[in-house]
Design a protein around this ligand. Structure first.
Ligand code: BDR
Ligand code: CA
Length: 312
């Protein structure tokens, strides 16, 4: 008996690695994408929303609705990423601007309507700053039971970020939103830098990707080449598969091992502003609120990604 696909909502800021998460989700029979919502992060909201639609047009998935969300974080100034270039998808100038329509609803209302209409609880997969999800939880708390769980890319526990010491980009962009999400009482899995920085695309993986040799695989190859070059320049290592790993963990939860912890966000005006501080031993006397991804099967991830790209 085949398992029915997991219904998901992808909330993202594409972004090369968000783009690959979208491609993988669309190609996986284990997943059904009910919609994509966008937020500022890797680039402005206008760019990330364009990019989400450009990607859907590229993969022929224009039946998936896209709704634009928060233009800025809840309570702090806008922070934009640099790792993907100003367009959020630099290095792919040949990818035309999108013409598919944008859903007229704000992302927050789109999420609410989608959850209400779905026959079963939906998994949220945020791969950008958590502004939309926090706003949704504030506006529609009654819909929380419609969320099966949240599997998000964000956070850095033992590992420190190269971005700004102690923080991971998605959380740093909107720490107040992250705090609201983590305090929601929902079932949350955080796929953060502790694991994503162990899943790096390097030459052997590029060689495997090149062998797939389909039009889509060639585009993914180009995205990743560009992304990897930027990463190597900034961090001295290959391209970390941040967002694709979070998505992959929904397809195959066995790819990561988790530890439960109470995770708090540093919201003090310190140099650790936006840091995710995990209490694995219950020292704070607070119940665990997160399954923290702590181990990862990197080879298994790449097998999955290449299998999905090689599918007809
Ligand atoms: C996260 O930040 C963004 O640059 C990536 O898209 C990913 O979601 C990694 O810290
Ligand atoms: Ca992202």
């Amino acid at each position: 008996m085949t398992t029915p696909p997991v219904p998901i909502l992808l909330d993202c800021d594409p972004g090369h690695d968000d783009a690959i998460a979208i491609v993988m989700a669309h190609r996986s029979p284990a997943i059904r994408i009910l919609g994509i919502t966008t937020t500022c992060g890797n680039a402005t909201l206008a760019r990330t929303t364009q990019n989400a639609r450009r990607i859907l047009e590229l993969i022929g998935a224009t039946d998936i609705p896209v709704a634009a969300g928060m233009e800025r974080p809840l309570a702090r100034d806008l922070v934009l990423g640099t790792a993907d270039g100003p367009s959020g998808l630099d290095g792919t100038p040949w990818l035309p601007e999108a013409t598919m329509p944008l859903d007229p609803r704000h992302a927050v209302d789109f999420i609410a309507d989608t959850l209400r209409d779905a026959p079963e609880p939906v998994t949220l997969v945020p791969t950008g700053p958590l502004s939309n999800i926090a706003m949704f939880l504030l506006k529609y708390p009654e819909l929380k039971p419609r969320i099966a769980r949240i599997v998000l890319m964000g956070g850095a526990m033992f590992r420190r970020s190269e971005y700004i010491t102690a923080t991971e980009f998605n959380i740093f962009c909107d720490p107040e939103a992250a705090a609201i999400v983590l305090d929601s009482g929902l079932d949350i899995t955080m796929v953060g830098l502790d694991v994503t920085m162990q899943v790096l695309i390097e030459e052997p993986e590029f060689a495997r990707l090149a062998r797939i040799d389909t039009p889509l695989a060639r585009i993914v190859h180009d995205w990743l080449r560009h992304y990897e070059k930027l990463h190597r320049g900034q961090m001295g290592v290959g391209g970390a598969m941040h967002d694709p790993l979070a998505l992959a963990a929904v397809i195959d939860p066995g790819l990561i091992g988790t530890r439960d912890a109470h995770v708090a966000i540093d919201l003090t005006a310190s140099h650790a502003f936006g840091a995710t501080v995990a209490d694995y031993w219950g020292e704070r006397g607070l119940p665990a609120n997160v399954h923290v991804a702590s181990t990862v099967d990197s080879a298994g991830f790449f097998d999955l990604m290449f299998d999905l790209l090689a599918r007809d």
